[in-house]
Ligand binder design. Structure first.
Ligand SMILES: NC(=O)c1ccc[n+]([C@@H]2O[C@H](COP(=O)([O-])OP(=O)(O)OC[C@H]3O[C@@H](n4cnc5c(N)ncnc54)[C@H](O)[C@@H]3O)[C@@H](O)[C@H]2O)c1
Ligand SMILES: [Zn+2]
Length: 340
């Protein structure tokens, strides 16, 4: 087990990697605790959980909204949860977002822990204190930044995760590597098979390194005034693709990363050979999805906040190093219309 501490303006967050959820009582007094658990996770793993009150929720993007948060508040009130109580969220990114938002707003905020059960949530959603829900069709419109007191990463949850969800998590791990850790990138190149088959000793190492990248960035820029935007690498395009095509978040981000790599090479900030290496890695993890990039460009244009005609884009200047650049829409259009 490895313990890491994230120190931020809003508080301290302790991250325990490679710890079993059955040990949670070592860290949290369970007599005043309530859990918010993904229904699916409850079904698969509930028999191993501590004996505390459970609120189950559906992990569906369409239900990541205020009505689910309200439902959680109601159940907390029924159970006389008060300011001295503790809430534990157990599930993927959807559950972590809802649990974190409910806990950090109920009675102006109670202590909470997150136990991420998807690969994406272990390396991304549970780390960094962003809690939020969708509103009127807009993703993560309502939310706050409040760090969980504790994040417990138990790799055994991943054993029941569908392959497609593993792949989606891998897209975020590749992202972490290319923006922040050439060592992690190297591991991903060398040990693909072991990592994809979740071999102990391999998957825990890449999770640890990806968590490190995110913690380092969040520690420096908790409120996303600058550097935290690097975590959006591949996501500007990715979100536009997701809106227009029925593909997974992982595939959309992988595609977005490929385009951002091309743009980085074209602008001369990334060496062409490094660009090819990043794209080779993305391919090797099984991401290749052909979409019509001119439609994607239209979506980006629509998405743009009106004020000017530039988009804040994350580009690479080396493997493991990124920068945030204002790019004119016209240049993005050119890349979208080029043949890739
Ligand atoms: N707060 C943040 O910083 C942040 C960062 C990234 C993403 N997010 C949010 O995270 C969400 C996506 O997260 P996600 O990909 O984890 O999705 P998710 O929570 O929907 O989980 C994906 C699927 O896996 C199932 N599942 C979860 N754990 C499982 C397990 N151990 N075994 C079997 N099935 C399991 C869920 O029921 C669900 O069907 C999005 O809403 C996104 O906005 C938040
Ligand atoms: Zn993402």
């Amino acid at each position: 087990m490895i313990k890491k501490t994230l120190n931020t303006v809003t508080g301290e967050s302790h991250v325990y990697l490679g710890e079993s959820f059955s040990e949670i009582e070592k860290y949290i007094p369970l007599e005043r605790t309530i859990m918010v658990v993904d229904k699916e996770v409850m079904k698969l793993h509930g028999h191993t959980f501590p004996d505390v009150e459970v609120i189950t929720i559906d992990a569906e993007e369409s239900k990541k909204d205020l009505s689910t948060v309200e439902y959680v508040y109601e159940r907390m009130m029924e159970n006389e949860i008060d300011r001295d109580s503790f809430l534990i969220g157990v599930g993927g990114g959807i559950t972590c977002d809802i649990a974190g938002f409910a806990a950090s707003t109920y009675m102006r905020g109670i202590s909470f822990a997150l136990v991420p059960t998807t690969l994406l949530a272990q390396v991304d959603a549970a780390i960094g204190g962003k809690n939020g829900v969708n509103f009127k069709g807009y993703k993560n419109m309502i939310g706050n930044i409040e760090q969980p007191d504790l994040v417990l990463i138990d790799h055994s949850f991943l054993q029941t995760l569908p392959d497609e969800e593993i792949r989606t998590g891998m897209a975020e791990i590749i992202k972490a590597a290319v923006i922040g850790s050439s060592a992690l990138f190297h591991q991903l190149e060398l040990n693909k098979d072991e990592i994809m088959s979740l071999e102990p000793g391999y998957v825990d190492r890449v999770v640890r390194d990806a968590v490190d990248v995110k913690m380092r960035i969040v520690a420096r820029d908790e409120f996303e005034s600058g550097e935290r935007r690097k975590l959006n690498f591949g996501h500007t395009f990715g979100h536009a693709v997701e809106k227009n095509y029925p593909i997974t978040h992982g595939k959309a981000v992988a595609l977005g990363m490929r385009i951002s790599v091309d743009m980085s090479v074209e602008r001369g900030s990334l060496h062409a050979e490094d660009g090819r290496r990043v794209k080779r890695l993305i391919d090797s993890y099984g991401f290749s999805e052909d979409v019509d990039l001119s439609t994607v460009f239209e979506a980006i244009k629509k998405d743009k906040k009106r004020s000017d005609d530039v988009v804040k884009f994350v580009l690479l200047n080396a493997i493991g190093s990124a920068e945030i650049v204002d790019i004119p829409l016209s240049e993005i259009e050119k890349v979208c219309l080029d043949d890739h």
